[in-house]
Design a protein around this ligand. Structure first.
Ligand SMILES: NC(=O)c1ccc[n+]([C@@H]2O[C@H](COP(=O)([O-])OP(=O)(O)OC[C@H]3O[C@@H](n4cnc5c(N)ncnc54)[C@H](OP(=O)(O)O)[C@@H]3O)[C@@H](O)[C@H]2O)c1
Length: 306
């Protein structure tokens, strides 16, 4: 009798544990994705966000817009918050604003966009336009896109920050050729965020820029984490190596993102997609173990060998 009851208890406990495990596998971010702190304030933000270049520029296509809606829904349900846009991205800002409002998730998002024009008044007009399109009273992060007229816009943004119109200001670029310029802007320590390309295919930022970001207490957002998708073409038809599964890489996307998040200076990576499955796949990289330095080297050598 006693043995039967003990076995029943064990099976019940085991079933619960298995259920929890399956749920964790289905939704690895059930307890929220790994978060990183913004160095200047200590605010924690999820380490995987969502890029909107091209993929949210879908105002004129109802099917694509429905897909973007589902992607945003899944993103927020799984604990995602950081979403990145730009006036350079066609209808992306207005689509993001419209969908976030329709889903009722605007207050949960950390909304980042950019200014991409020349001249003080043109910059102000564009930034006000972005806030209208994104349907926010105050932006979490406004970045100078590709450093276009950066001195002018940063002066405006310092005033806007004091007035509470933006919470953080930043600078971005997508190319290693501009890392030296980004470094000059962030070194004095007055910029909150630098957004830069960094991946196994484009690793140049870790030569100097990421160290300068750490020294100047600048948060780092990583754009082009998949080199605009080119990295998937390189690994096409090749399985993720078994040793990478030890650190929870269930897909190539997770292999690529975990390598990025393994760098301690990285605050958040923003893969671009409107595919809900890809959103979930990417957010799952922000759970479980991250690679240490030795593992990152192994991942890099392996990727180079492909
Ligand atoms: N200068 C700047 O400030 C600057 C420059 C470049 C980018 N950015 C920002 O950074 C974001 C990301 O960069 P990006 O969009 O150029 O390139 P990316 O994120 O490196 O790559 C996007 C590509 O990866 C694919 N992808 C995403 N998740 C995937 C997954 N789990 N499995 C398989 N494929 C996946 C997407 O395809 P699917 O659509 O099929 O998922 C898309 O083709 C941009 O959206 C933008 O917000 C900023």
């Amino acid at each position: 009798m006693k043995t039967d009851s003990a076995r029943r208890n064990f099976l019940r406990t085991g079933a619960c544990a298995l259920g929890a495990l399956l749920m964790a596998q289905k939704s690895p971010a059930a307890n929220g994705p790994l978060a990183r702190r913004v160095p200047k304030t200590g605010e924690a933000i999820p380490a995987v966000g969502l890029g909107t270049w091209q993929v949210f520029d879908v105002a004129s296509d109802a099917n694509e817009k429905a897909q973007a809606r589902e992607a945003l829904k899944v993103f927020v349900e799984l604990g995602g918050r950081v979403i990145d846009s730009s006036p350079m991205y066609g209808s992306s800002e207005s689509v993001t604003g419209e969908l976030a409002a329709a889903l009722g998730v605007t207050p949960r998002l950390f909304v980042a966009t950019k200014v991409w024009t020349s001249g003080k008044q043109a910059g102000i007009r564009q930034m006000e336009d972005s806030m209208r399109k994104l349907r926010v009273e105050r932006l979490d992060l406004m970045q100078v896109h590709n450093l276009v007229d950066a001195g002018t816009h940063l002066a405006t943004l310092r005033d806007w920050k004091k007035a509470g119109r933006v919470r953080y200001l930043g600078v971005t670029h997508y190319h290693a050729g501009a890392h030296g310029d980004l470094e000059k802007y962030i070194k004095p320590g007055e910029i909150d965020f630098v957004q830069v390309n960094y991946s196994l295919a484009e690793p140049e930022a870790d030569r100097r820029l990421l160290a300068v970001a750490a020294d100047s207490r600048t948060a780092v957002i990583v754009n082009r984490p998949f080199a605009e998708g080119a990295m998937f073409r390189r690994v096409k038809d090749k399985p993720v190596p078994d040793w990478a599964k030890e650190i929870g890489c269930a897909s190539w996307a997770q292999f690529f993102l975990k390598w990025i998040l393994g760098h301690p200076s990285v605050t958040c990576a923003i893969p671009g997609t409107r595919n809900p499955k890809h959103v979930a796949d990417n957010l799952a990289a922000a759970s479980g173990p991250l690679p240490d330095e030795a593992m990152r080297r192994r991942m890099s050598v392996y990727f180079e060998s492909l």
